[in-house]
Unconditional design. Structure first.
Length: 311
């Protein structure tokens, strides 16, 4: 479990990036942090592996404060996937994937065997093993980045807009691949994006951040679309446009439009109340301080209210 406890981040000069942010992320849960530029989503994610230290408050992993952990060992124990893959240009695909296991002391032969297995897992042709990043397509590079993030078999995987640099078709393929991997591997994923559709597709829960780092709403995609906290959230998720229609499921007494992948896509305006056989307030995975019901900045949604954090 990952915990943010009253976290605050203030930079020299008085710039406040995060103010009193609290959230729990359950083990094996995928949580998407989504917001516009300047909402602090990447700052929060980087606190988990101590690439950014909070000014005050605590970030914990399984109850242990990360501030007391060796930062190098911590980072090597956590998978990290970034935009444009971040691959080492002078190393082959296989050597890029083996980087962290070798640094952690795994024998090179064993690390290479694991890397070949991961290439298959993420859908990479084994013939690409000896190529260099510049010889790969953008989608192939991102798959190598995901394989590298998984190479040390981490419990936690941090993903910082990993698919933002590829074209829309490849991006959708990579999103589907990540969904499949998560069903098989059940990692704890923190996924940063500015794309609400991507957040709804990847996240068991979604944290919508306002400019300035304040939480607007936390909940499952279905909860957020069924009951946006305010006009900002409704506009951000597109619930005010009514453009997504495939089929309807009943969630908390409302008729929610769901696409072919089971992803919530909107709410039918003026539809009769449903029968309540949709998802419950605790989401599709474990609970946290915000896991029992959709958290709204105004506290207006039923269910247990989590800590109200301006991010």
């Amino acid at each position: 479990m990952i915990g943010f406890e009253n976290v605050r981040k203030e930079y020299p000069g008085g710039t406040l990036a995060v103010e009193d942010f609290s959230l729990e992320i359950a083990s094996h849960e995928a949580v998407a942090l989504v917001g516009t530029s300047g909402s602090g989503k990447t700052t929060l994610m980087r606190m988990i592996n101590r690439m950014v230290d909070p000014t005050s408050g605590r970030v914990t992993i399984d109850g242990e404060d990360v501030a007391g952990m060796d930062p190098v060992a911590l980072r090597r124990s956590i998978g990290y996937v970034m935009q444009a893959s971040g691959l080492l240009p002078h190393r082959t695909v296989l050597d890029n994937i083996t980087t962290v296991p070798v640094l952690r002391g795994t024998a090179k032969g064993e690390a290479r065997e694991r890397a070949r297995e991961l290439m298959d897992t993420v859908g990479l042709d084994p013939e690409l093993a000896s190529r260099y990043p510049a010889q790969l397509s953008g989608g192939q590079q991102q798959r190598v980045g995901v394989a590298r993030g998984l190479a040390a078999d981490p419990n936690i995987l941090l993903m910082d807009e990993p698919f933002g640099a590829v074209d829309p078709i490849v991006r959708e393929e990579l999103q589907s691949e990540l969904q499949r991997l998560q069903r098989d591997l059940r990692k704890t994923i923190v996924f940063v994006t500015h794309d609400i559709d991507e957040a709804f597709r990847i996240g068991d829960r979604v944290v919508i951040l306002r400019p300035g780092g304040r939480i607007a709403q936390v909940g499952t995609p279905q909860e957020i679309l069924a009951d946006p906290a305010d006009d900002f959230v409704a506009s951000f998720v597109g619930a005010d446009r009514g453009t997504r229609t495939l089929h309807v499921e009943h969630v908390d007494g409302r008729d929610v439009v769901v696409d072919a992948d089971g992803r919530a896509a909107g709410v039918l305006a003026g539809a009769p109340a449903g029968g309540g056989n949709g998802s419950s307030g605790n989401g599709s995975s474990g609970t946290g301080s915000s896991g029992t019901g959709s958290h709204r900045a105004d506290g207006g949604h039923e269910g247990e209210r989590g800590q109200e954090p301006p991010r």
